[in-house]
Ligand binder design. Sequence first.
Ligand code: DGL
Length: 286
Amino acid sequence: MQRPIGVFDSGYGGLTVLKEIVNKLPQYDYIYLGDNARAPYGNRSFETVYQYTLQCVEWFFRQGCSLVILACNTASAKALRTIQQKDLPKIAPGNRVLGVIRPTTEIIGQFSETGCVGILATTGTVASNSYPVEIEKFFPGLRVYQEACPMWVPLVENNEYQSHGADYFIKKNLHSLFEKGEKIDVVLLACTHYPLLKEKIGEYLPVGVKLLTQGEIVAASLADYLHRHPEIENRCSKNGERVFHTTDSTEDFDNHATVFFGEAIQSQHVDLEAPHKPPPPAGGEA
Ligand code: DGL
């Protein structure tokens, strides 16, 4: 059976990644799920992020998805490994769940001349230390400086990303990052919500520092993955359709999502606790 590719985020941020995936791979069908009712995940414990993410991954599997992308750094940092190693073999050994950290850490070193990179992320992603650990595997010796920006996701989720409040917190966090590593010449937005703050961040970055976002990197990596894994690719439906789900209000989701995704969206509400229904026939998503 062929089914859509699942794309997950705690809220709207994953839409910035889905947008680039759709640009690169428009032929596939996609189901997006934003767990808006429980967002943000960034300050939550490992156990909570893992439980929430697993519950959402299981929901995707019930929709028939064989491949799920965690388009959320916090979920990738705190839940992906356990889901891949412990849960998948038990619940769906043939299915795959991929994250956004690996594709980024595989190439980040290519952009730096000073050998110093900065990571801006949620408190949870920074605390997991996933970026320094993964980067060390691909670019040993690259110096990685991290800065947790706990106010940035709330600013974006609450539509305050163009306000003076946003300027205040962006300046504060960038100042703190560059105090730790003054030779940083590449800064990665390691949270899928942050691209909405990109313009403002650009205003406060020292001249010559490159600003990286993940959408295109993840899209290119997915294209490569599908090419190398025909057994998964063959199970992905290709009608160019996209459906959007949220665990919270569809009205709020549709209003915000248009900004993140760049086109009008009509989402459907999902109750993760609802009794399980079989997925609709392939290609039959409304
Ligand atoms: N968008 C998520 C990420 O990439 C974090 C948002 C949240 O804190 O829920 O880390």
